[in-house]
Ligand binder design. Structure first.
Ligand code: PLP
Ligand code: TYF
Length: 401
């Protein structure tokens, strides 16, 4: 039956973990997948998550199905986290929101909703480069995918002129996907002033902004600061789509906790959108899982736990920032590695786009047992006091050839 099925390529990110696992060298380092590691290189379960889990378990909850759109208290609190309590559409009751299977599921619900209900050409512009999964998520949902310039190789920075030119040239009403903060894979975000310009272009060209917020709090250590772009667009009167993930900022990766929301014109429009979100979700997976949403909701709704969680997110962000500084100092000042390495320090979030070439990443894997994606992206969280010197020396050697 499956004689004509051809073998597909492995996932470029998860494939890196496979190669890492197979390597037996004790010095090996995995900088591939974007999952936080603590100062000892170990996966980190946030203490606030452990406490929340105890509270949830202690309440001896049942295992009944959730409604199609999930745990209502969770989605209410997730919306508050993203939009803020002063948000006009939230205050008016004009935000339609559903729980989702983490950020990926939120993007997929959003793409499916746009494919079915967006009243204009179903064309979505993604930054180049973007998170690899964005492309098949939108394509498989039936949207046409195009790119807008984002990364400038020469400066290892934002190609802001290219970005503006491409959005200006996009057809009216095109959908534009924006990483709300901590752009994956580049680690480069627009400044607040640049976001304001992007908002103006989106308004002038009547583009539809779809925000992917997979790292709220993880970029700066402050959930409000990281929500700037989303809240600025809302304050400028845009209607938006928003994907939220709690994988990184609560370390709930495998629990699959997320939310998808759309801002509507008014509560009556919101109610109609709600009904269609349910119609999209019901045949996909019927209703979302309970456990992670209960944990996230307990944190978001318990003031002491919320404060503790905020400081733990900041702790993760700060450890990553300190690794950036240490790596920059090693390469730029101590080893005097050929090239300019300032971007390591200025980039934001989980990743650094190092500028290492595909052949250099291959050498690092084969000679130094250091694994990263072939585009030179490293997950900063994979670095710690025990391996950063070895990493810097290995990069130095690879760059010098
Ligand atoms: N969007 C971006 C930009 C990401 O980097 C990720 C995860 O790496 C996601 C969405 C979705 O992740 P998850 O489905 O685990 O929430
Ligand atoms: O490292 C990254 O960019 C992500 C990580 O279901 C990831 O691709 C891995 C698995 C998954 C979602 C995200």
């Amino acid at each position: 039956t499956w004689a004509a099925v051809v073998a597909g390529p492995p996932d470029p990110i998860l494939g890196v973990s496979e190669a890492f696992k197979a390597d037996k060298d004790p010095r090996k380092i995995n900088l591939g997948v974007g999952a936080y590691r603590d100062g000892n290189g170990k996966p980190y379960v946030l203490p606030s998550v452990k406490k929340a889990e105890e509270i949830v378990d202690g309440s001896k909850p049942d295992k009944e199905y959730l409604p199609i759109t999930g745990l209502a208290e969770f989605t209410k609190n997730a919306a508050l986290l993203a939009y803020g309590s002063e948000s006009e559409p939230l205050k008016q009751g004009a935000v339609s929101i559903t729980q989702s299977i983490s950020g990926t599921g939120a993007l997929r619900i959003g793409a499916a909703f746009l494919a079915r209900h967006y009243p204009h050409a179903k064309v979505v512009y993604l930054p180049v480069p973007t998170w690899g999964n964005h492309i098949p998520i939108f394509q498989d949902s039936g949207l046409e995918v195009r790119g807008y310039r984002y990364f400038k190789k020469e400066t290892v920075g934002l190609d802001f002129e290219g970005l503006k030119a491409d959005l200006q040239a996009a057809p009216e009403h095109a959908i534009v996907l924006l990483h709300a903060c901590a752009h994956n894979p580049t680690g480069i975000d627009p400044t607040e002033a640049q976001w304001a310009e992007i908002s103006d272009i989106v308004k002038e060209k009547k583009l539809f902004p779809f925000f992917d917020m997979a790292y709220q709090g993880f970029a700066s250590g402050n959930t409000v600061k990281d929500a700037f772009a989303v809240r600025h667009f809302i304050s400028q009167g845009h209607q938006i789509a928003l994907s939220q993930s709690f994988a990184k900022n609560m370390g709930l990766y495998g629990e699959r906790v997320g939310a998808f929301s759309l801002t509507a014109a008014d509560p009556e429009e919101k109610a109609r959108v709600d009904s269609q979100l349910k119609i999209i979700i019901r045949p996909m997976y019927s209703n979302p899982p309970l456990h992670g949403a209960r944990i996230a909701n307990t944190i978001l709704s318990t003031p002491e736990l919320y404060t503790q969680w905020e400081s733990e997110v900041k702790g993760m962000a700060d450890r990553i920032i300190s690794m950036r500084e240490k790596l920059y100092n090693s390469l730029q000042n101590d080893l005097k590695t050929p090239g300019e390495w300032g971007h390591i320090k200025s980039q934001i979030g989980m990743f650094s786009f190092t500028g290492l070439t595909a052949p250099q990443t291959k050498v690092l894997a084969e000679k130094a047992h250091i694994y990263m994606t072939s585009n030179g992206r490293i997950s900063m969280a994979g670095l710690n006091a025990s391996n950063i010197d070895y990493f810097a020396e290995s990069v130095d050697a690879a760059v010098r050839g």
